[in-house]
Design a protein around this ligand. Structure first.
Ligand code: BGC
Length: 754
């Protein structure tokens, strides 16, 4: 798509003055790029997502809380819990349509940053703690947006996982962690979604601003991944504009009033920046601007009622039934229900910050429940979230006692989670916890509906019969809650993030949120379930967990291997059977574990998933396809992905902690890892290497002789042998009193490295 506009873009670049080229590299105001009328270069408009369209009424306005009405869909954290690729596409498509109608050419969404810690203030804008899930959901969302002729903007590239000091903090992350955890969701979304644009993050990564990071923007994004669109700064993320041009930051937003354009001009004039580099950047930018302009569609309209229905359907798909003792849900049609909690009438349905849209309408659960039940009563239960109100709680208890079931709506108010600041804890407000505890004491049939954008602690979880995670579910969320509680919709969401027992278990806990301008990603690749499973720490609710009103059985796992050309290809088949009495959907998850690896690897890693819909008694075979990369880890010394030959376990299950089927598999990858030997490679490695083993054995005999022979005491021998095994080869020069020369050591190095 972009390719088709490249040569036209290059032609235009040739006709542009230096000043015009520099000017194009920054916006004209908050939301639009600069037109150059002389050359017929149009201006395009960029607006937020991802929850819906946030179009400001004019380019001069920020539009926070005052944007034009648009459909508010579930937040990404909710959508992530649907694990539904088709749904992500449909939501993206609907938002793309609204963009077309409102004259927006680029939607600033989706975000695929990892949920490194539940404290991340913006977790509600991100899909998952796992890159495979986040990458697939984002790719589908992007395909949806772009199917309407509107560009998506994949953000925030990269390693932007907290709000604390986000404008300058340096995320200190090692190469393997970067490659295995923080980049793959971008990689997948780029490969499978092909977004027109990417947004760089505010923060630094290993000391360099993401807005001028040659390794991220040029080496990885452009060279390794072949990205051909443009990179826009997060709003105000530019530090040194000229460095940004060098690294590959195409567009600065919002406008810097010409200030940075002049810097670009001056840098070219002084020879500090080559004009041909500027030409490349402007060429990339123009190609997307031309594509975006050509993709405008006139005469379209939005069917707001239909989009609202989609928002409601999507919300229901996202909800996660965390607990359902004695099958208390769905609520029976007969009988009385006490609806408790202010959120039932005044829902919190979206996150706060740049993603906040002005909805076209908002459902609330109280009204929606009237369609299903005749005998409902209501009590607000709380007002100020931070101060339990004994009168309101008493009233709620009375209403609960007088009914057969109590449904309590609690969750996080927006002052507890928002863009721009992180959460301090994972507790619900005191007034909400006090309410649930009090109601559960008087009413054994208590059901809790949660409203929150990220994991929370639930100290009373044992005292209630059911918990429905309702997320920040968008404008249709209230209706969707009623659909799920009543059983009209069978819940099918599963957690895309771990709910920990306690905040102290959070893998990032000791390194959060950083100090002195740095945040050290000390937990490395072990975030989310990768950590909890490897450390065998029981979470409150694990990644991938979610119940249904029906039951599913797994059987018939079959593995087959074939080579597609050079590529290894493993097919995994499993059958899923709906053994319950209701139609439902199951999210089938495939994880991989390597038995023994040179480096430490997580206990399991998600590599594929599928959502399958089954009638009662229905059965379907699901087929997963895996390739070599699905078995690989990133080896920093080799600077490459390596799938070592050896034994792997393929696990298929209903959650990360509910593995139903497992099969071992021997991989012959032909990708044996070879890290070049040096003088400092330890003796044990020389003894193992086929080219040096014999020689090394002989040398060791001699070394023992020089040392006066091996110790005769068994314990001393064990200690000495272990000591010697870890000696770098070069140490043998001194240990042999010079009988082996350093030249001989270097000869050995050459021989082994071939
Ligand atoms: C956010 C971006 C958003 C931009 C424009 C920034 O503060 O980080 O996600 O797209 O503002 O509103």
């Amino acid at each position: 798509m972009i390719k088709a506009y490249r040569s036209k873009a290059r032609n235009l670049v040739q006709q542009m003055t230096l000043e015009e080229k520099a000017a194009l590299c920054s916006g004209q105001d908050m939301w639009a790029t600069k037109p150059i009328e002389r050359l017929g270069i149009p201006s395009i408009w960029l607006s937020d997502g991802p929850t819906g369209l946030r179009k400001a009424a004019s380019g001069q306005e920020g539009g926070l809380g005052s944007s034009l009405p648009a459909t508010c869909f579930p937040t990404a954290s909710a959508l992530g819990a649907s694990w539904d690729i088709q749904l992500a596409f449909e939501v993206g498509q609907a938002i793309g349509r609204e963009c077309q109608v409102q004259g927006v050419q680029v939607l600033l969404a989706p975000g695929v940053n990892m949920k490194r810690s539940p404290l991340g203030g913006r977790n509600f804008e991100y899909f998952a703690e796992d890159p495979a899930l986040a990458g697939e959901m984002a790719a589908a969302y992007i395909r949806g947006v772009q199917s309407e002729g509107v560009g998506a903007c994949l953000k925030h590239f990269a390693v932007n996982n907290q709000e604390f000091e986000r404008m300058f903090i340096s995320a200190e992350v090692d190469e393997r962690t970067l490659r295995e955890i923080y980049l793959p969701a971008f990689e997948t979304a780029l490969e499978k979604g092909r977004p027109w644009t990417v947004m760089c993050a505010y923060n630094k990564v290993n000391g360099i601003y993401a807005s001028e990071h040659p390794y991220l923007l040029h080496h990885i994004l452009k060279e390794e991944w072949g990205y051909g669109g443009f990179v826009v700064s997060d709003w105000g993320a530019v530090n040194d504009r000229v460095e940004g041009i060098r690294a590959g930051l195409h567009l600065e937003m919002p406008s810097s009033g010409g200030y940075n354009d002049q810097k670009i001009v001056a840098a070219v004039r002084s020879g500090e920046l080559s004009e041909s580099r500027l030409d490349e950047v402007v060429g990339d930018l123009l190609a997307v601007i031309l594509l975006a302009d050509a993709s405008r569609k006139a005469g379209l309209s939005v069917d707001s009622a239909r989009h609202h229905q989609l928002a409601r359907k999507a919300a229901a798909e996202c909800m996660v039934l965390l607990k359902n003792e004695e099958d208390i849900l769905p609520l029976s049609e007969e009988g009385s229900v006490a609806v408790i909690g202010h959120f039932a009438k005044e829902p919190r349905f979206q996150g706060a910050g740049s993603s906040q849209v002005v909805p076209t309408q908002v459902d609330n659960a109280w009204d929606a429940l009237q369609h299903y039940y005749n005998n409902l009563t209501y009590a607000p239960g709380y007002q100020d979230p931070d101060r339990p109100d004994s009168q309101l709680i008493e009233e709620a208890c009375r209403v609960a006692r007088e009914s057969e079931v109590a449904v309590v709506f609690v969750g996080l108010p927006s002052k507890y989670e928002s863009e721009s600041f992180d959460r301090r804890h994972i507790s619900l407000p005191p007034a909400h916890n006090a309410l649930v505890e009090a109601v559960a004491r008087v009413q054994p049939n208590t059901v809790v509906v949660l409203t929150n954008g990220s994991a929370v602690s639930l100290p009373w979880h044992r005292n209630v019969k059911a918990i429905l995670e309702g997320w920040l579910a968008g404008q249709g969320g209230g209706g969707a809650v009623a659909d799920v509680l009543s059983g009209k919709v069978n819940p099918s969401g599963k957690l895309s993030e771990t709910f920990p027992q306690r905040l102290e278990h959070d893998p990032a806990f000791l390194n959060w949120p950083g100090a002195n301008g740095k945040v050290h990603y000390g937990e490395g690749i072990f975030i989310g379930y990768r950590y909890y499973d490897t450390k065998a720490i029981e979470p409150l609710f694990p990644f991938g967990h979610g119940l249904s009103y029906t039951n599913f059985e797994y059987s018939g796992m079959k593995l087959s291997e074939s080579a597609l050309g050079e590529e290894l290809h493993i097919t995994v088949r499993v059958s899923v059977h709906n053994t319950g009495k209701r139609a439902g959907q199951e999210i089938v998850q495939l994880y991989v574990r390597q038995e023994a690896c040179q480096l430490q690897r997580p206990e399991k890693e998600l590599r594929a998933f599928a959502k399958v819909s089954l009638e009662p008694g229905g059965q379907k075979e699901i087929i997963f396809h895996l390739n070599q990369r699905d078995f690989a880890y990133y080896h920093p010394a080799a600077g490459a992905w390596v799938a070592e030959s050896g034994i792997y376990y393929i696990m298929v299950g209903a959650s990360s902690r509910d593995i139903r089927l497992e099969q071992a598999f021997e991989l012959q990858s032909g990708e044996e890892l070879f890290v070049p030997f040096t003088r400092y490679t330890p003796i044990k490695a020389w003894l193992q290497h086929p080219r040096s083993a014999e020689k090394m054995k002989a040398m060791m005999e001699k070394v023992w002789q020089y040392q006066g022979g091996k110790p005769t005491d068994a314990d001393a021998l064990k200690m000495m042998e272990a000591h010697v095994m870890d000696l770098p080869l070069a140490k043998l020069v001194a240990a042999s009193r010079g009988a082996f020369s350093l030249e001989q050591v270097d000869e050995m190095v050459k021989m082994v490295n071939g």
